[in-house]
Design a protein around this ligand. Sequence first.
Ligand code: AMP
Length: 177
Amino acid sequence: MIEQITLESIKEQIRNVPDFPKPGIQFKDITTILKEPELFNYLVDTISEMYQGLNITKVVCIESRGFILGGAIASKIGAGFAPIRKPGKLPAAKFTRTYTLEYGTESVEIHKDALENGETVLLHDDLLATGGTALAGIALLNYFRPKKIYVNFLCELDFLKGREKLKSYEITSLIHL
Ligand code: AMP
């Protein structure tokens, strides 16, 4: 008998890796889901259905795990794809946003010609933790004066309350951890 796929069953298959990449972090490893074709497809289909029919013209994803589902979702909903990357990876003219982490700072970049003004955008990443990365991503999108920004995560670490930083945006997360 084929077991029915549910978000609950997918949640159980996310691998928790303690103390990676540094002590105290409980790393949520989604490679255990992605390697299963049925689960991969289920996630692409589920997220695509949520954003179908909203006239989204670009799916913008955050390096690097955001790219995995994001590219497939873009293709499925008939949108283009644009990457947000860590510093020094994008080859052409770009906008940069620097944000504060618990210790130190991090930056993200987007090509200056990644979007046109006035597009409807879906920002996607694999996981919402403190929200700093997503907020920096939104700041980059705002250079393009988008008509509307939707934000989607595969997973959300509820206890870190990242959602509070993103209050003024329409956020969805499939799996709450
Ligand atoms: P934050 O800016 O704190 O919301 O962190 C979100 C970014 O860091 C995402 O791109 C995630 O892929 C990554 N990340 C943060 N915490 C974790 C975690 N516990 N497990 C997996 N990825 C994480």
